[in-house]
Each structure stands twice: as structure tokens, then as C-alpha cells.
Write a protein that binds this ligand. Sequence first.
Ligand code: ZN
Ligand code: ZN
Length: 382
Amino acid sequence: MSIEQQVTEWRQHIHKHPEFGFEEVKTAAMVADKLESFGIEVHRNIGKTGVVGILKCGNSDRSIGLRADMDALHIKEQNAFGHASVNEGVMHACGHDGHTAMLLGAAHELAQKRNFDGTVYFIFQPGEEHGVGAKAMIEDGLFTRWKIDAVYAMHNLPGIPEGHFMTRSGSIMASESSFEINVYATGGHAALPHMGTDPIVVGAQIVTALQTIVSRNLSAIHETAVLSVTEFATNGTVNVIPSSVTIKGDTRCFTDESLNKIEKAIERIVAGQCQSAGVDYSYHFNNSFLSTINTAAETEHAVNAARKVVGEERVNGQCEPFTISEDFSFMLRQVPGCYVLVGNGDDEKGGTALHNPLYDFNDNILMKGVNYWQALVETQLS
Ligand SMILES: [Zn+2]
Ligand SMILES: [Zn+2]
């Protein structure tokens, strides 16, 4: 069986048997068993269900980390093909089945050819979708147990022509943070507002003032961000002024500086509005994902490797950043590296959006990914 047939079989098997974050027990076992069968040293249960494979050739102490994500989503698959999910309500709708299969394929090829000098770490990560898997592997010693000089990851992207690569130096994916503001007042009879304090009026002023953060606090030239208020809930009713208001929202930005500014600006606005109205508040800000920031030298290596595989004209090394998020960002805070996107196709087959119940990873790009990983290792550890 050719490597392409094997990788396709693995991909479709993983697609058919998807597992949610930190539940990737069978997927991780399959990955670990395959790596062992290729003659690769394997460490299981790194960050709960993560797997690390280590392949050393020659005498060099240089190293490289290649990362794939293994988790699926809580989505009910609507595809009817043979490899559709058999696990009710769980689906590989983000292509992590393809990412895992491509890295396994590269491990197979590199273990056979052994045409490099140094150490390759194959990092199979759990729980990407909710921003917890990369952190779990890091906390479990991914970068302290092992000396990994640089780390690379790849994600497919529907709507981009099949096998075209995109990346950029600097911030490529946004951070994702959520916030919750609670305004505590006394409320009271709707006819007698002067007898109490009204959190709805304060909450409405907060929502309006939050709109000034991006427009008045961030540079129009150097910083972009999104801040959305997504929930406004009270415990009032038609003739009762509520005693509390809960405001929730979500914010995305591309640098830690912008993130810090936004976090502080929200608190300043909430504190000021509540103080002027004489009401209390609580404020929580939670970073689910940091911005994904590629380092310059590693981006150049990634672009060169992709060009070797698909040709200069199919690689965009200066793409625009995306407002979606990726927990590989946490690994890039530990060591330098680069995240690339590979086109899943722009036709009916590959163009269905990520997280859509009709999505499927495009098997035509599997070998592009396998060959990209090999080219990257061969050039970095030549
Ligand atoms: Zn996803
Ligand atoms: Zn994904």
C-alpha cells in the first residue's frame, strides 16, 4: 500500500471515530501504536491524552517540534459517506483528523528515510478546540523534559485553493477572551426609582462606553481588535427594577499590548460608571486563547519548505491575519515557531466551512502536508 493510501485510510478511520477533547483515548492509542511500529520512541499521556514521539538521527543536538491536534467537536455530523462519524454527536468538523494523519505520515516517512541530523519531536495534542490541550502538555513538561528548539503547526482552511499555503511573520491568529460584568444595585418598584438604585441604566451606559475602547484607545494604524457585548441579563420584570445586571462579551486582538489595554479599559469604565451611580460591581476577564505570533526566522523556514512542495506561486508568506483563534499560541510563547494554513479547497468538496456539520477534510491535500513536514525537517536538520 502506498503512503498516500495509508494516510488516507488513517484519516478516514480517525474521522469515523472522533473523540472530544481530553477523551482522545482511542485516537491517542492509535497514534502511539503506529509511531512505535515505525520504530519511534513514544511517550503517552503527556497533558492527559497527548502523545509525543521522538526520532533522533545523527549526532547533532538540534531539534524541531511538529504539532498536530487530535480532538473533535460536539457536532452531529450530517455527511452520509462511509467514513462519517459513528460516535453520535461528536464530529471531526475542524480537520484535526487530517492534521493527525498527515503528521503520522510524515513520521512514517522520516523514520524510514532517516535523512536528517538531529531530533524530531512529533507532538500530538489533545483538546485544542477549547484552548486547554496545549497548556496541559506545557504544564506536563513538553518544553522542560525535552529540548525543542522550535515548534511548527499546520491547520487546513476551507475556501482557499487545495494545497495552497498561507502564513505570515508576526500575529496570524487573534486572541480570544471573554468578560463578565455584574452590576449590583438595590432595584425596587418601577414607579418609585428614587427609592433605590437602577442597574439597567448603569449597565446601558457601560455597554455604550465599551464601544469607545477600540475606537478611542487603540491606534488606528497599528492595532486592530474586536469587542462585542453578547449578553445583557437582569433579574427584573415588567414592574420591578432589577437588583442586578449581568453583561457578557467577547474580545479578539492581535498583540498582548492590545489585550492588556482592553482588559484594563473595561475595568476602568465599569468602575467609573458604577461609582458615579453609587452601585457595586464585579468584573472577570478570561483569556481562552492568546494571539498566535509567528517568529520571523521560523516563518521563513516554513515558507521555504512549503515552496519546495507546492511551488512558489502557491505559497503566500504575507497573508492577512485572521480573527479566529488557536491554542498553538501557548506553545509559541515557550519557543519560536510558525503556524501555517493549508487550503482545503475552494470548490464544493473542500470549501465547506470549519465547524459545519457537512465539513470534511480534503484527502487530496494529505500528501501536501506529509511532504511539507518532511521538507521542513530535512531543511532545518540538514
Ligand atoms: Zn476548530
Ligand atoms: Zn481546528
